[in-house]
Ligand binder design. Structure first.
Ligand code: SF4
Length: 472
């Protein structure tokens, strides 16, 4: 799926390393491998044990660090961040990591996720005298840490984390410590690895492969890891609640070469394609996937059905970033610029087009139209997720409920709108079976809230959706 033009965007990716002389360079490569999680801003903070140094900016990782900025970032530990900017603004102050300096020590924070009680906490903190420099949730944690009555950084951080509700994977760094925390529901992915004597943390395990690190384990929900020159210690700040890892990480967001809880993303997607065929078979001549993330599922659908898999759609990888800016007009133009049908494959054929989601429906309609214009005689759309009918409050920019086509249309109405001969969505049961998590928590430890409307955390009246964030 072309999420950047379709209206389904990951918010962020985080990376951290402790105990390596090339910390900044390795963080740069790690962030490169997480670039799909956010293309609008990037930054790195390093420590040499005495002070923190930072460089960050708007753009892709290689644009932000294009003029030798890494050379000045000397130190044995670093944290980094890639960010997707939501509609309404893209202020420099919001680009992460955020760095706070004080008389005693400095604090750098990078966050993936979205807090559902950020507004309530901001009101409370402002009433106590805090002044916020950003519209980002992340800053709330810094204020809570500094205002904690506890002595010692570990207890201050633990106390602050207990006040947060929602989704968060944090990397926090001071001059002499790297701390890693995951929310008690484990909504976002976060893994720990080792590289020689160094510890590495990343939103996705693909970053470990790029820097040559070995996967150690996934960070547990409610866990706080503290890494310093004496090694790593594991602590908890909350008892784990029902695990609710984001299903969309498996369906769409994560890279196919990443694993979450040791389940490979490509394999999971292939299984989703197989389950989809079992639930919604169709007679056709070719199966094709919407690049890139639906290719694995299309291969699964083809394998299960015996219908040949073909590359029926080509993605143009050299379109400038102009076309991934989050505006409706550019999104629409972007579809044409980014995808082309392969006439020689689809002409005169009954085509199964496998995709991973339908958000607003505009992109699907355009792709179906393209396939027909290229000569496809029938287009059967198969989606490897249930209909997205509810907004995400946990860090995925799905837009508001009114814009979600499945929130106010039946499957048959959506089929008609996108102009397909048939349309089917994988059931929630098929989704859980395809991913195959052995977890005993409800829904096999997966969040299904954007499909079912059953959110794993409380949602507050003033909970801010990611797309509204910069207008607050
Ligand atoms: S609501 Fe949907 S997108 Fe958001 S965390 Fe849950 S499964 Fe993921």
């Amino acid at each position: 799926m072309l999420a950047d033009i379709k209206g389904l965007n990951e918010e962020c990716g985080v990376f951290g390393i402790w105990g390596h002389q090339d910390a900044a360079q390795l963080t740069y490569y790690g962030l490169h491998s997480l670039q799909h999680r956010g293309q609008e801003g990037a930054g790195i903070v390093v420590t040499d044990g005495a002070k923190l140094k930072m460089h960050k900016g708007h753009g892709l990782v290689n644009e932000v660090f294009s003029r030798g900025e890494l050379e000045g970032l000397t130190g044995h530990a670093a944290i980094g961040h890639v960010r997707y900017s939501t509609a309404g603004g893209n202020e420099y102050a919001n680009v992460q990591p955020l760095l706070f300096r004080s008389q005693t020590s400095s604090l750098a924070l990078a966050h993936n996720g979205n807090l559902v009680n950020a507004n309530a906490l901001k009101h409370q903190l402002e009433a106590q005298g805090s002044i916020f420099q950003t519209t980002s949730d992340t800053e709330v944690l810094a204020h809570l840490i500094k205002r904690s009555g506890y002595i010692g950084l570990k207890d201050q951080v633990k106390n602050a984390l207990t006040m947060l509700k929602g989704a968060y994977a944090f990397v926090i760094m001071t001059e002499d410590k790297l701390m890693v925390a995951l929310d008690p529901h484990g909504l976002r992915p976060l893994s720990i690895g080792i590289l020689g004597d160094a510890y590495v943390v990343a939103s996705e395990t693909c970053a470990f492969d790029v820097v040559g690190a070995e996967y150690l384990r996934d960070v547990k929900p409610g866990e706080l890891l503290i890494i310093d020159n004496d090694g790593m210690t594991a602590d908890t700040f909350s008892s784990p609640m029902n695990r609710s890892i984001c299903s969309m990480e498996y369906i769409y967001f994560s890279r196919p070469d990443s694993n979450i809880d040791q389940i490979n993303i490509h394999s999971a997607r292939k299984n989703l394609g197989k389950e989809l065929y079992k639930e919604f078979p169709v007679e056709a001549d070719v199966v094709t996937g919407v690049p890139d993330s639906s290719i694995s599922a299309a291969i699964g659908y083809a394998e299960e059905s015996g219908i040949p898999y073909e590359i029926g759609l080509i993605k143009n990888r050299y379109v400038g970033r102009t076309f991934i800016q989050p505006s409706q007009e550019l999104r629409e133009l972007g579809v044409k610029m980014k995808l082309s049908p392969v006439r020689g494959i689809v002409e005169g054929k009954r085509v199964v087009m496998v995709d991973d989601s339908i958000v607003r429906g505009t992109t699907s309609r355009r792709i179906v139209k393209m396939l027909r214009a290229a000569g496809a005689t029938e287009v059967h759309v198969r989606i490897t997720a249930p209909p997205i009918a509810h907004p995400c409050y946990y860090g995925i920019d799905t837009s508001e409920k009114a814009e979600l086509i499945a929130s106010n249309h039946t499957v048959e109405e959506i089929r008609d709108i996108i102009g397909a001969d048939s349309l089917a969505f994988l059931s929630p049961e098929g989704l859980l079976k395809g991913i195959g998590r052995p977890d005993s928590d409800p829904n096999n430890g997966q969040c299904l809230a954007c499909f079912t409307g059953k959110y794993p955390t409380e949602i507050y009246p003033d909970t801010v959706l990611p797309y509204e964030k910069e207008m607050v």
